[in-house]
Design a binder for this molecule. Structure first.
Ligand code: NAP
Length: 458
């Protein structure tokens, strides 16, 4: 059996790669498991140079790896280059902070020495999506590895070349064989992997329905899990906001990565008194986007990753228009080869319309007009999701207070929601649970162990 690699921008077949059968999976897991046990015994300071090596390899191979990303999932090459650089930054970050994050926490007590220590769990299975084929994997891998764990990757089936290239990065960096292992398998193999005794924990990034199923399987096997799921992030613009700045960032927030990001702003919730001005500036910025060949330097919107995703987005846009939304710009698939979709803004969207209720995973924005800040917060929270949120106001104290009422894993006031190795990342409600990045992301896959040492007594 083979896994096909297609270029979604041209529909060309790029290559076919053999799927790992049961025997290959078993022997790869055996190697991974043995490597992890040796790696776990190293002092954290001995692991840090390997992380720096991974960062160096990523930077050295940046052009080649970025090209693979663009060829397999269609995003503009400039964004792919930025993605590889960010992965390198994440490895640098954990190399610099790993020792501090993993230091014993000594708890004051009388005669005894009481401390909390962090031990590795073992092999972490990573089931990952295609939208940032390197970043999603590498943001999870750096903390997992610095903590003494190993990683087994089941990547999305439309990015097999990225999946294999990731494994090669770790080989090039000189990490023990198999400590990072890619399994080229279909999703039907995941359940067996979760049950395998050599897998200690699971990290999943992807859609909410699949997350629910993986959570059930990991729960049944009593294995720790982190779930990074879908989102419908609000972008709240209050009447006292800097409208020009908000609109300029709105274009990036909705359309970078061709709109295929879990933390893309999807619902633009704007106070009515400034809604016309915001909509006009948002449309003007969107009109400047360049849709086209993702390999061209001036392209800002590439092909969506699969034709099916483009069709699903169009169904959501059409349904919302039938429900009363007004198209300000775009609204149609682009004719010809590839999975291109026009950058789209729908105005006069109301809660309950399709684009307000469902996650839109592509270049389509929804503007919802509200009467007050209180209504804006209520509408922002009127979603099953809770990943990120952006809030725009010149009154920073009030904005900070309002941010506490938004049900999300992150709120960025007057800024673009972004993942950052130094900050924690994750969701609430149906956007998942657990955290990645920062020290909290590292501790997710550690055995947080209490060690009490005192003089013997009866
Ligand atoms: P997806 O369909 O859930 O796939 C994600 C991964 O799960 C892929 O490796 C996929 O493999 C695998 N998978 C699919 N069905 C499975 C099953 N029944 N059992 C086990 N594994 C299964 O998601 P997607 O469409 O690729 O990605 C887009 C979604 O991911 C969006 O909802 C987006 O919001 C979310 N996302 C969330 C974050 C975050 O950090 N919160 C980040 C990025 C994306 P195959 O490719 O082989 O099907």
């Amino acid at each position: 059996m083979m896994m096909n690699s297609f270029n979604p921008a041209t529909d060309a077949l790029l290559g076919k790669f053999p799927i790992h059968d049961a025997q290959a999976i078993d022997s790869r897991l055996r190697v991974a498991s043995a490597s992890q046990k040796t790696w776990a015994r190293l002092d954290v300071r001995q692991r840090l140079p390997y992380l720096l090596q991974v960062a160096a390899v990523l930077r050295r191979k940046k052009q080649e790896l970025a090209l693979l990303i663009t060829l397999e999932m269609g995003k503009p090459l400039s964004e792919s280059l930025g993605e590889i650089e960010k992965c390198a930054w994440n490895f640098d970050h954990y190399a610099q902070q790993g020792e501090t994050f993993l230091a014993d926490q000594v708890v004051a007590s009388s005669a005894a020495d009481s401390r909390i220590v962090f031990d590795p769990l073992g092999l972490v299975l990573a089931v990952m999506p295609w939208n940032y084929p390197f970043w999603q994997v590498m943001r999870a891998a750096a903390p997992v590895l610095v903590g003494g764990n190993g990683m087994v990757l089941k990547h999305a089936s439309n990015v097999p070349q990225c999946a294999l290239a990731l494994e090669q990065v770790f080989k090039d960096a000189g990490l023990p064989e198999g400590l990072f292992t890619t399994l080229l398998v279909e999703s039907s193999a995941v359940q067996g992997l979760i049950q395998d005794d050599r897998i200690a924990a699971v990290t999943f990034t992807g859609s909410t329905p699949v997350g629910r199923s993986i959570a059930a399987q990991a729960g049944q096997a009593l294995k720790k899990q982190v779930l990074e799921l879908g989102g419908s992030d609000p972008f709240v613009v209050l009447a006292d906001a800097d409208i020009e700045a908000a609109a300029a960032v709105a274009v990036k927030a909705r359309f970078s990565n061709t709109g295929q990001s879990c933390i893309s702003a999807k619902r633009f919730i704007v106070e009515r008194s400034i809604a016309d001005r915001f909509a006009e500036a948002f449309v003007a910025g969107t009109r400047k986007l360049v849709v086209g060949d993702p390999l061209q330097a001036n392209t800002t919107i590439g092909s969506m990753a699969r034709g099916k995703l483009r069709d699903e987005l169009h169904v959501q846009v059409r349904a919302s228009v039938r429900e009363g939304a007004q198209v300000l710009i775009g609204g149609q698939p682009v004719e010809g080869p590839g999975a291109y979709y026009e950058p789209t803004i729908l105005d006069h969207v109301t809660p309950g319309m399709t684009v307000a209720m469902e996650e839109t995973f592509g270049p389509a924005a929804a503007i919802l007009r509200v009467a007050s800040a209180d209504e804006a917060i209520a509408v922002a929270n009127d979603t099953p999701f809770g990943l990120g949120a952006s809030l725009w106001s010149r009154d920073l104290d009030r904005a900070r207070q309002l941010s506490r009422r938004i049900e999300a894993g992150a709120v960025f006031v007057n800024g673009l929601v972004a993942s950052d190795p130094r900050l924690s990342f994750g969701g609430t409600k149906q956007s998942g649970y657990g955290r990645e990045l920062g020290h909290l992301g590292l501790h997710e896959f550690m055995n947080i162990k209490t060690v009490w040492t005192g003089p013997a007594r009866i």
